[in-house]
Design a protein around this ligand. Structure first.
Ligand code: C2E
Ligand code: CA
Ligand code: CA
Length: 561
């Protein structure tokens, strides 16, 4: 009657429940009674045999029978105690197994105390199991949409060695949510999830961000995933119906597998999410994760902290590039260009570290530093007899920062000459209304505005008309080929005429040859800037050059632009 644990099929589980049986105490009682009976019979038989053999032998038999009876009693009690404690031990084992997270269930074979204890134990295990299931569901699902969440997707990815993750992002998520409201947005994500599930052949669709859904595909080749993405993008051309109303959505899709050895980003979910951003930046509907374009953001982050400390350790400086006035035939302005010489990397290109400073929120500190330095140097130039207009580049990010505009206006008041900011058209296009407000404020505060890199973006005439810039800088891409391409010459000439028509002066950038300078002067261009006029140089070199120019032209000091 030894109750051995037996497996059960009562409830499917990751690890099947360990089933333990408890022994009835009835069996224990029967064993005890049997033992006592046998001992008594032995004693009676011994007594009757002893009487027939005489008094001495009677005593001997009596002793032997007594001993045998006592021995059997002892054995009986030992067996009894074993059969009582064994089921309790098994219950104890079940509790320990439960503590380890195993699914346990004890087999109930009686209605007595142990049987009831076992039933109670099983009921408790069932309640615990239900609660655990609920908690697991909560941990792996998004409470707003009810869809699986990122952790769910991570688990799926971890189980799939050749996983490919597809992340679907909603374009202009903030705008859509603002237009339809939070609840409709959630309903939209749910409907989109259902559409995706059908298109992917039943994959679980997880919500992995406010505006992004993701799914994992296993063992599929790249073509199968791309087919699915194409079907999805095609399907997204028809509106999604939310509460009876059609909503047009624009989707952006990123696809990625796990990162290979040495990859900067390993998680396929992160890689696919970055691929969405990369596709968005490239104005493509979808894209695979581009390892090279992603670069090394961790290194970039350490580089930016090095840049901020370099500001106070003289590794950062400003170079000044002269601007030549074609009519006055002398330098009347300079453009301040940042320079950073890293102790190990050498010269770091400004496009690189300025982009990083923009991404990491350090651009304001960097620009304030440059403006302070430029204004100090403008004073030193004035002290040396050279009055120049000082141009500083302004990142588009700062065209949304009203308090920065105020700082700039205050700084300009203390300047020894005119201060000018160069802004690119794309920078101001990001949030045109806010940018125009700030530009108006700068102009009212006495700062001049130049439109930089004109022609490199989507130059719109309406924008040109609205912006209160008084200078247009033609991008060097058109100017550098001026003496070789009649097409470029035509573009430059028509741009000069257009700007003049709008009341703006024109600076041509990238003037590398004497011929270009002569052509530009002939076209009526106001200013020229480029290697032919002068490369960007440190302040001392600039002063020496301006001194030499002034000597050549008979001691005339540099005029104000
Ligand atoms: P940018 O504002 O268009 O500056 C002109 C760039 O053209 C400078 O590059 C200059 O060295 C280069 N350049 C000037 N003349 C010629 C020429 O004849 N031929 C050629 N091929 N190139 C010429 P740099 O110094 O590398 O600066 C690159 C960009 O970095 C600048 O373009 C500007 O957008 C940005 N930048 C530099 N300093 C600052 C700054 O303090 N703040 C901000 N926001 N941006 C800055
Ligand atoms: Ca510039
Ligand atoms: Ca430029």
């Amino acid at each position: 009657m030894d109750p051995s644990p037996r497996p059960t099929a009562s409830r499917p589980a990751a690890r099947g429940p360990v089933r333990l049986s408890a022994l009835s105490t009835l069996g224990v009682r029967m064993l005890l009674i049997q033992t006592l009976l046998v001992a008594s019979v032995l004693a009676v038989v011994g007594a009757s045999m002893g009487l027939s053999l005489g008094e001495d032998m009677f005593l001997v038999w009596l002793a032997v029978a007594g001993l045998v009876g006592a021995a059997m009693l002892t054995l009986g009690s030992l067996a009894a105690s074993g059969t009582v404690t064994r089921p309790i031990d098994r219950l104890n084992d079940a509790v320990l197994a439960l503590q380890k997270g195993e699914h346990v269930e004890v087999e109930v074979t009686s209605d007595d105390e142990i049987g009831r204890l076992s039933k109670g134990f099983n009921a408790m295990v069932s309640v615990l199991r239900d609660r655990e299931d609920k908690l697991t569901h909560l941990a792996l699902h998004d409470h707003e949409t009810g869809l699986p969440n990122r952790r769910f997707l991570e688990r799926q990815c971890a189980r799939t060695p050749d996983v490919r993750v597809v992340v679907v992002g909603l374009d202009r998520h903030e705008v859509v949510r603002g237009a339809i409201g939070h609840d409709a947005m959630i309903a939209l994500l749910r409907t989109l999830g259902a559409r995706l599930a059908v298109l992917s052949g039943g994959a679980a669709i997880a919500r992995i961000g406010a505006d992004a859904l993701g799914l994992a595909m296993a063992g599929k080749d790249a073509d199968a995933v791309e087919d699915m993405v194409a079907r999805l993008l095609q399907a997204s051309e028809s509106p999604i119906i939310v509460a009876g109303a059609p909503i047009d959505v624009s989707l952006r899709v990123g696809v990625a597998g796990r990162g290979g050895p040495g990859a900067k980003l390993d998680s396929p979910i992160d890689r696919a999410a970055v691929a969405v951003e990369q596709a968005r930046a490239a104005h493509r509907p979808w894209g695979r994760f581009d390892e090279e374009a992603y670069g090394d953001p961790a290194a970039a982050l350490s580089l930016i902290s090095e840049l901020m400390s370099a500001l106070s350790h003289d590794q950062v400086g400003v170079a000044y590039q002269p601007k030549w006035d074609c009519r006055a035939r002398r330098v009347t302005g300079v453009e301040a260009l940042m320079r950073w010489t890293h102790p190990r990397r050498g010269a770091v290109p400004p496009d690189l570290f300025i982009g990083m400073a923009e991404e990491t929120g350090h651009i304001r500190a960097l620009t304030e530093w440059t403006v302070r330095r430029a204004i100090d140097d403008q004073r030193r130039l004035a002290d040396a007899g050279h009055q120049v207009c000082m141009s500083v580049n302004l990142s588009g990010r700062l065209l949304a920062d009203e308090s920065f505009a105020e700082t700039l206006i205050v700084a300009a008041r203390g300047a020894a000459g005119r201060l000018r900011v160069e802004i690119t058209e794309t920078a101001a296009m990001h949030d045109p209304e806010a940018a125009l407000r700030i530009i108006d404020r700068l102009v009212a505060g006495g700062i001049s505005v130049s439109l930089d890199d004109y022609g490199s973006g989507l130059s719109s005439l309406a924008y040109l008309k609205r912006i209160p810039a008084d200078e247009l800088k033609i991008d060097k891409a058109f100017v550098m080929g001026l003496d070789q391409s009649s097409r470029d010459a035509l573009l430059v000439k028509s741009t000069i005429d257009l700007a003049h028509g709008l009341g703006m002066k024109v600076t041509a950038e990238g003037v590398e040859t004497e011929t270009s300078l002569a052509l530009l002067s002939g076209m009526g261009c106001d200013m020229a800037q480029g290697y032919y006029v002068g490369r960007p140089v440190p302040l001392d070199e600039l002063i020496a050059k301006l001194d030499a120019d002034a000597d050549r032209s008979g001691g005339n000091a540099t005029a104000v632009a």
